[in-house]
Design a protein around this ligand. Structure first.
Ligand SMILES: Cc1cc2nc3c(=O)[nH]c(=O)nc-3n(C[C@H](O)[C@H](O)[C@H](O)COP(=O)(O)OP(=O)(O)OC[C@H]3O[C@@H](n4cnc5c(N)ncnc54)[C@H](O)[C@@H]3O)c2cc1C
Length: 465
């Protein structure tokens, strides 16, 4: 039986492991942390579960072509999924609310109520969402040239209602910049409309652990808390890995699912590059980078919306980034995440990696900035949710440096590359045999489905040899 070594037990590593086992290979995963999941994780702070990943997971509708793969990976063998009636509520801080209903008919009706004068634009947008069915097995994708090229910002400028113009424009934060085409908005909402954008009950780590269980049931082996430091190469063929403890492990194939930069420049010492790959890791590269502030609160917030985009009276400034809105999530709807009478509020805030990396050179300054931002955050939360005053028991701040420290991701990038049209790291490096790359760096716009599919994809490549 041929053997495959897989570096990393994030979603891509677990996917590669499961598909490797299913195809009859002996596989072994080496993972740096004590748990699986990588960026798809949840952590415990004094009994409060803080989730660090899933906002929307796609492929849960049986009509989505991703569904069968998720099923093979065992993600339905757990506590299930929730499809929310609305994806978020945008609040202007003065009483106006835009509720982004998942059902497009309901959303259209709501938008028309908010601004009857914008009926032609609302109808055009709603229709585009209604007929869109990205990654559907049964419905042919509709390509709308106008929406594929026009930026959401430019489209919204045509709205006469000021609140709607602004509120619809912030619904893509913190995930996408406003230069993104209208198509991105349509893409996102078509998944909600088709009941395909889900929350995984129990949170992100529990989701990853469902795949871990599947992998083990298939006979796979995981080594935890081990760092792969080098890929052993003989005659330009990958033959194994060397760990930080000096031990060597051999296999017929090696798959790296860890950070792209580390794979190419550390594990392979920069020996298998071309100009395109060198250019990819240009220091100037703008990558998706965020921080997360979370509060554990001894208070029941189950009557509050699960996702709020809140307009601030004063911007929340982190380094050079000025945030006029905060994107808040709270998890009381999931009884596995929050104990009765307790809640967690989390916010993902756009920020520069370099800002935190510089601060981190002086740990005192770094911690001070975390504390300062946390204090401002608490004031905002207490104003929006007066019921939580005096009941905040836990504060937690993760920065891009935290992401980097935890999973080694370059510049703390939580999705790999930003741009949909970006060149990405190839699955096979020039001049190196028996070595493959999967994960969020191997395709643009990362995310769980991409990681899962690239893990599956490299196994297909290996089995076709
Ligand atoms: C705040 C946030 C929100 C997100 N929201 C969503 C969302 O709503 N929907 C969605 O689809 N995606 C979302 N994502 C993105 C998604 O989590 C990632 O794209 C995906 O989990 C990446 O998986 P991966 O397997 O490619 O890489 P990783 O998760 O980075 O896994 C790599 C693994 O390799 C391990 N490792 C690193 N170095 C070594 C080494 N030297 N030796 C051994 N092991 C090593 C790491 O510990 C890690 O476990 C979000 C991410 C974040 C951080």
């Amino acid at each position: 039986m041929k053997k495959i070594i897989i570096i990393g037990a994030g979603i891509s590593g677990l996917s590669a492991g499961c598909y490797g086992q299913m195809k009859g290979y002996e596989t072994e995963i080496f993972e740096l942390q004590g748990t699986v999941g990588g960026l798809c994780t949840t952590w415990n702070r004094k009994g409060y579960l803080i989730d660090g990943c899933i906002d929307w997971l796609i492929g849960i509708n049986p009509d989505n072509y991703l569904y069968d793969s998720w099923k093979e990976l065992g993600v339905f063998e757990g506590d299930g999924f929730i499809q929310h009636d609305y994806s978020m509520q945008v609040e202007d801080g003065l009483g106006k609310k835009l509720i982004l209903y998942s059902d497009i008919n309901k959303l259209e009706e709501h938008l028309l109520q908010l601004s009857p004068i914008d009926e032609p634009l609302i109808k055009e947008l709603s229709e585009a969402i209604r007929i869109s069915a990205f990654s559907s097995k049964t419905v042919k994708p509709v390509f709308n040239k106008k929406f594929a090229t026009m930026s959401l910002y430019d489209f919204l400028q045509q709205f006469k209602d000021r609140f709607l113009r602004e509120a619809l424009g912030v619904t893509l934060i913190p995930l996408q910049p406003k230069e993104y085409p209208v198509g991105t908005f349509i893409f996102r909402h078509s998944f909600y409309n088709r009941k395909d954008a889900s929350w995984s009950i129990g949170g992100s780590l529990a989701f990853a652990q469902r795949i871990e269980n599947k992998y083990k049931a298939l006979g796979g082996k995981i080594n935890y808390r081990v760092e792969v430091q080098e890929v052993i190469v003989k005659d330009n063929k990958a033959v194994g890995v060397r760990l930080a403890d000096g031990s060597e492990h051999y296999a017929d194939y090696v798959i790296s699912t860890i950070d792209g930069y580390k794979t190419v420049f550390d594990l392979l010492k920069g020996k298998y590059l071309n100009d395109e790959i060198k250019q990819l890791f240009n220091e100037e590269k703008d990558l998706p980078s965020s921080m997360q502030i979370s509060l554990g609160i001894h208070c029941d917030l189950s009557e509050e919306p699960h996702n709020i985009v809140l307009k601030l009276k004063e911007p929340f400034v982190v380094g050079d980034k000025i945030n006029s809105y905060l994107y808040l999530k709270q998890f009381s709807f999931d009884k596995l995440m929050c104990k009765p009478g307790k809640s967690v509020i989390t916010s993902i805030i756009e920020t520069d990696y370099e800002y935190w990396d510089d601060l981190h050179k002086d740990i005192y300054k770094y911690n001070l900035e975390k504390e300062r931002l946390c204090e401002i955050f608490i004031k905002i939360i207490e104003e929006r949710f007066p019921q939580v005053k005096g009941k905040i028991e836990v504060t937690d701040v993760a920065t891009p440096v935290t992401y980097n420290r935890y999973t080694g991701v370059w510049k703390g990038s939580y999705l790999g590359w930003w741009n949909m049209s970006a060149t990405t790291l190839p699955a096979v490096l020039p001049g190196l045999e028996n070595f493959y790359i999967a994960g969020q760096w191997a395709e643009a716009l990362g995310g769980l489905p991409i990681s899962m599919m690239t893990g599956k994809g490299v196994i297909t490549k290996i089995s076709e040899i």
